[in-house]
Design a protein around this ligand. Structure first.
Ligand code: DGL
Length: 255
């Protein structure tokens, strides 16, 4: 069966790219909902509506196993998606990301979108696992747009440096709690000198022992197929064609 991967854009492409490299013959269909990016600055209800439509699109294409390659969707829509689509097998990113954190970590900085930080999904999960840990959680509201706009690492470093407090920068570890942020990894490496964790390789690991069906891989975007092609060529050196699709996000799916 084909495996779907969904995100608002390039963050999900990082996970798709890593999965495709690790399992080159497996059928993955990646959907970049770039028309609605950035997700993180919308409301939870908007993301629930958008996510429901996108999952329905996968189901209409006979895809029933889906990687939610998006922390924001994970944080504010996954419980509802599980309820609305009980037959779909969802793979989430937050828990696998946290599972990498070593037990002796005393303080941590989580950076993510507004919706992810406000949902406290990371803070609560970390608190449960590490009751004594000092947790800093910071929103980087412009970083997804900067990544999608292919801004330079220097620009992103300046932006990150302006927002993160000196105290948070001295934490033992940093979680990139948005799948877009690994694309600003060189910028983060300049401002944060301790260990940095993201969700890419852990998601690859998730599929290690699974029996995966061979098939065709395809990429879709809800915005501009030519621009998406240029983005992944520039950022991943991938020569991948995107197909533009329409997903009707306007109507309330519960009606
Ligand atoms: N890459 C997604 C995430 O992990 C969505 C970012 C956005 O569109 O704001 O949160």
């Amino acid at each position: 069966m084909t495996i779907g991967i969904i995100d608002s854009g390039l963050g999900g492409y990082s996970i798709f790219h890593a999965l495709h490299q690790a399992y080159p013959n497996v059928a993955f269909h990646f959907l970049a909902d770039q028309k609605n990016a950035p997700y993180g600055n919308k409301t939870a209800l908007e993301i629930q509506t958008i996510a429901t439509k996108n999952i329905q699109w996968f189901i209409d294409h006979d895809i029933h196993e889906i990687v939610i390659a998006c922390n924001t969707m994970n944080a504010v829509a996954l419980p509802i998606l599980k309820e609305r689509f009980p037959s779909v097998l969802f793979h989430e990113v937050v828990e696998p990301t946290i599972e990498q954190i070593p037990n002796d970590t005393k303080s941590i900085l989580v950076v993510a979108t507004k919706l992810t930080i406000q949902s406290e999904i990371y803070t609560k999960a970390l608190r449960q696992r590490f009751p004594m840990m000092k947790i800093h959680a910071t929103i980087l509201p412009e970083l997804v747009s900067m990544v999608e706009g292919m801004r330079s690492q220097e620009d992103m470093q300046t932006y990150i440096g302006q927002i993160l407090s000196l105290e948070s920068l001295s934490a033992d570890a940093l979680i990139l709690g948005c799948t877009h942020y690994p694309l600003a990894r060189p910028a983060f490496n300049q401002v944060f000198k301790q260990n940095i964790y993201d969700s890419i390789q852990v998601m690859v690991h998730r599929f290690k022992d699974k029996e995966l069906l061979e098939g065709e891989t395809k990429c879709f975007t809800t915005k501009d197929a030519i621009y998406a092609h240029i983005q992944v060529k520039e950022l991943f050196q991938s020569d991948v064609e995107f197909t533009k699709i329409e997903v009707d996000h306007e109507t309330d799916p519960r009606r």
